[in-house]
Design a protein around this ligand. Structure first.
Ligand code: AMP
Ligand code: ZN
Length: 138
């Protein structure tokens, strides 16, 4: 299913041109127009899913193998030392385009550095209580 108001539906299905690095029946992989590093790519399903919770299971099963393939090609072709897979769900998590996508972000020796979270130590009680709140809903 496509969403006619969704820019990633239009890009994924070729209605809007993009710097495409890969395409098959299910996905288009494009370069991000505001890259965190050289080669920053986005894996876009051709069908519209708002976020990971709405993703079709058949499509979901293909995403990680594709991300690994893209990352391995980046290491060979761009000379990056590694890569991050990033996938945002919800505004507070940094999602700005509400069509499921996975960022594949090459990481190079010497940078650029990319800010992540500030870790803090959690105590055992907090960990146990927090785990319980999630576990009981699964
Ligand atoms: P997110 O914040 O996880 O929703 O990621 C959306 C990403 O899409 C951002 O990194 C944007 O730079 C990128 N983006 C938005 N519009 C376009 C576009 N037309 N072509 C390429 N990348 C885009
Ligand atoms: Zn869409």
């Amino acid at each position: 299913m496509k969403d006619e108001t969704c820019i990633f539906c239009k890009i994924a299905n070729g209605e809007i041109p993009s710097a495409t690095v890969y395409e098959d029946n299910d996905f288009r992989v494009i370069l991000d127009m505001n890259p965190a590093s050289k080669g920053h790519a986005l894996i876009l399903p051709k069908n519209h899913y708002k976020d990971v919770c709405n993703l079709d299971s058949t499509v979901a099963a293909k995403v990680l193998p594709l991300a690994a393939k893209i990352g391995a090609a980046m290491e060979k072709g761009l000379g990056c030392a590694g890569f991050n897979l990033v996938q945002n769900n919800g505004t507070e998590a940094g999602q700005t385009v509400f069509h499921f996508h996975v960022h594949v972000i090459p990481r190079y020796q010497g940078g650029p550095s990319i800010a992540a979270w500030e870790p803090h130590a959690a105590n055992e009680k907090e960990l146990a209580e927090t785990a319980e709140k999630i576990r009981t809903l699964l």
